[in-house]
Design a protein around this ligand. Structure first.
Ligand code: GDP
Ligand code: MG
Length: 722
């Protein structure tokens, strides 16, 4: 029989670092069944029958956030043989809040007192024997970063597991409370696995425990009476009473076992004084982000991406003087040599290699971007910036944490949507998933420059306004969605601690980057592959003179896709661009937004250089802008929709989100075109009426509609900081 260890601790306590120390590369990352919080499991280095489970970072065992619920359920269901509670020793007060609750579970446990290198550097002293005595379970000083103390920790944990050694010496609560707990314990006649834990949780009126234990009417009544008596006696709410008792206990433990050197201003404080400065924080942040963005998208990214698109997935390139043909050439040559039929050749080269290649071409940019973001995250800057932005985002019904996915989304919506996992509250996460793709991703940049080049003399104002429209779309949607039943309620309060600045560990940063890149490739490639095949088929086959056949390249106007485009073109008439080419181009944008440009070129039978003239003949600047905005805001590409399915884990939610995005895009483009026309002295009565109605509905939602009662479960209660 193998042994299972579970790592539990606050966010940023060093769980991932320790997990990597323990497992080396023997780890598997997945999702918890049914939810999208990361699940990491691995085998202990050199011990095949010891498994290590990395639980989500939490501050408390209350059932208010997804992470807390998952951790609790995992502890009960998996019944690990020992819990390793990792405690950030530089933040011991806050971390012990979770420790005390874990001890109440009455399962074998050890405390890994992490970051001891920093404690020593700052000259503080922790009396380990005293702390062990106070907690009733072994305490091991470690530095996960340096790897010191980890061997002893493992030995200690294994020993506890083998002996099934539970924490010793129950910690008792203040008198009245303790009596109440014991009374509840005695009242519970039904068999309880963890009587004391259940009693405390029942007193706290923990909704999940109330649900899971079946109480007889007599027990219900007794519980109610005990709680009422306690609350009357102490004049306080039971849950509050218990929390206060825990904080007081922590205060005593720390007073007896931690000896602190006089406070000095640490380097971290000094950096913070600048980076989170009231006035400087935002401009500095903009500069830093711009730098990262430039590096990822232009400095390194663009060259590498151009190389991938034009050489690797183009004609070919030279290595050490030898000419290596590009992938399409290789595939074409191979298939020709095998005498493959023409349709297969075209499917492989124009469909699969072109489609998948276009996505893989973004990999270098993705890599640099993820790397820089992982760097910012692990050095502690991200938590600060999320904090700085929280006030602004909150106003729009989002939380500061929504910012990171949106930032990543400006590179590519797929990882952006995946990054919403860091948002604990379901409500905030759902809004963020729905609105992240409003920001122009790098594939949309091609469409932007096409329109600005063809109709606006290449003015950079078009690109700038695209980003502003994206941001405004997020803000407007936040304001409107807040007023719907589905999204009522405030964003959860901001609980993210400010870790001291730390030098990031290259190994960890690389590992995180790699995990993101891998997930990106897996998700995008599978869905892109499928959808390119479908679109390739729809654009390569059609009826010519009554027979269904594969089309020559200049016959695309006979294709199935063109048929669909013509059938739906009328829908876009109120937006000012009623022609089937534009409709088909928008459809092909569902595969990848870059396709909009190439499809328009193919449909107009011009090269991409000649496209400008063709577009100028098709659209006015106003209708062109409306076309652009529609394509910026409507449903993202299939890969991103696939990511949405993955994150929502619900077809219903995904449909709702895509429907909302398309409807919103339509509404905004309608207003742009109709009000723009009016401004230029041209009135389309019906369209104008529709635009006015749309504007009215939006104003009603934002300014006048009352917020319905909250639908989401109660939000995070932040642990009180000592
Ligand atoms: P998690 O959120 O609990 O998974 O925490 P991480 O493992 O990501 O660690 C958070 C930060 O603390 C990272 O920057 C780590 O490099 C750093 N860190 C982890 N353990 C130690 C340690 O023992 N000493 C120091 N100085 N830093 C550490
Ligand atoms: Mg972690």
């Amino acid at each position: 029989m193998g042994i299972q260890m579970a790592l539990a601790g606050n966010p940023n306590a060093g769980k991932t670092t320790l997990f990597n120390d323990l497992t080396g590369s023997n780890q598997f990352v997945g999702n918890w069944p049914g939810v999208t919080v990361e699940k990491k499991e691995g085998r202990l280095k050199g011990e095949d029958d010891v498994r290590v489970l990395d639980l989500p970072g939490i501050y408390s065992l209350s059932p208010y956030t997804l992470e807390e619920v998952i951790t609790r359920e995992a502890l009960f269901e998996e019944q690990p043989d020992v819990i390793i509670n990792i405690v950030d020793a530089t933040n011991i007060e806050r971390n012990l809040y979770l420790t005390l609750q874990l001890l109440e579970l009455d399962m074998p446990m050890v405390v890994a007192l992490n970051m001891m290198d920093e404690v020593e550097k700052e000259g503080h002293h922790i009396r380990l024997n005293q702390l062990t005595l106070e907690l009733g379970c072994p305490v091991f000083p470690i530095s996960a970063l340096r790897g010191t103390g980890v061997d002893d920790l493992v030995k200690g944990a294994l020993l506890q597991a083998q002996n099934r050694q539970k924490p010793v010496g129950k910690r008792s609560y203040p008198n009245a409370l303790e009596k109440a707990i014991q009374k509840v314990e005695q009242t519970l006649t039904s068999e309880q696995e963890r009587p004391r834990w259940s009693a405390i949780k029942l007193l706290e009126a923990d909704p999940r425990v109330l649900e899971s234990v079946t109480l007889s009417d007599v027990e219900q009544k007794a519980l109610h009476d005990i709680r009422a008596a306690l609350e009357r006696q102490t004049d306080d709410d039971a849950e509050e009473l218990i929390a206060t008792a825990r904080y007081e206990a922590i205060e005593q433990i720390v007073a007896r076992s931690v000896h602190r050197k006089e406070e000095t201003h640490t380097l971290s404080d000094r950096i913070d004084a600048v980076l989170t400065h009231r006035v400087l924080a935002l401009p500095l942040f903009v500069v830093i982000m711009f730098g990262i963005y430039w590096l990822a998208m232009v400095g390194v990214g663009r060259n590498a991406t151009d190389w991938a698109n034009e050489r690797l997935f183009g004609d070919g390139f030279t290595v050490f003087g030898a000419w290596v043909p590009g992938v399409p050439v290789l595939v074409e040559n191979a298939l020709t040599a095998l005498h493959a039929p023409l349709w297969l050749l075209r499917l492989a080269v124009d469909g699969i290699v072109a489609g998948v290649g276009a996505v893989l071409g973004f990999l270098p940019q993705m890599f640099v971007l993820f790397f820089m973001l992982a760097l910012l995250e692990s050095c502690g800057y991200m938590s600060r910036i999320a904090f700085v932005l929280d006030r602004l985002f909150r106003y729009f019904g989002l939380s500061g944490k929504s910012f990171i996915p949106m930032l990543i989304g400006t590179g590519c919506s797929v990882p952006g949507i995946m990054a919403t996992r860091t948002i604990e509250s379901d409500r905030d996460r759902h809004v963020t998933i729905m609105t992240t793709s409003f920001l122009p991703c790098s594939a949309k940049v091609g469409v932007i420059s096409m329109i600005s080049g063809a109709l606006f003399g290449g003015s950079p104002a078009v690109a700038t306004s695209s980003y502003f429209i994206g941001m405004a779309a997020v803000a407007l949607s936040g304001l409107m969605l807040k007023k719907t039943k589905r999204f009522a309620g405030d964003p959860s309060p901001f609980v993210m601690e400010m870790p001291p600045y730390r030098l990031p560990l290259l190994r960890n940063v690389l590992r995180t980057t790699w995990e993101h890149v891998k997930a990106f490739v897996r998700k995008a490639a599978s869905i892109i592959l499928l959808s390119t095949v479908i679109i390739w088929f729809a654009s390569s086959f059609g009826w010519v003179d009554g027979t269904f056949t594969m089309l020559a390249e200049d016959e695309i106007s006979h294709s199935l896709l063109a048929g669909i485009g013509s059938a739906i073109a009328w829908i876009f008439a109120p937006l000012g661009w009623r022609n089937w080419q534009a409709a088909v181009a928008s459809l092909s944008g569902l595969v990848a937004k870059e396709n909009i440009v190439s499809t328009l070129a193919v449909l107009n039978q011009v090269s991409e250089e000649g496209l400008g003239e063709a577009i100028a003949a098709m659209m006015t600047p106003l209708s062109g802008f409306s076309f652009l905005v529609f394509n910026l805001l409507c449903a993202p590409c299939f890969a991103a929709i696939g990511a949405m399915i993955g994150e929502f884990r619900s077809a219903h939610w995904t449909l709702f989100a895509v429907g909302y995005q398309c409807g919103f895009a339509y509404a905004i483009s309608l207003m742009i075109y109709q009000f723009g026309s009016l401004f230029m002295g041209e009135v389309h009565p019906l369209g104008l009426a529709a635009a006015l109605l749309t504007l009215g509905v939006m104003i009603y939602f934002i300014a006048f509609k009352k917020t319905p009662p909250t639908h989401w479960e109660s939000n995070v209660t932040p642990p009180r900081m000592a």
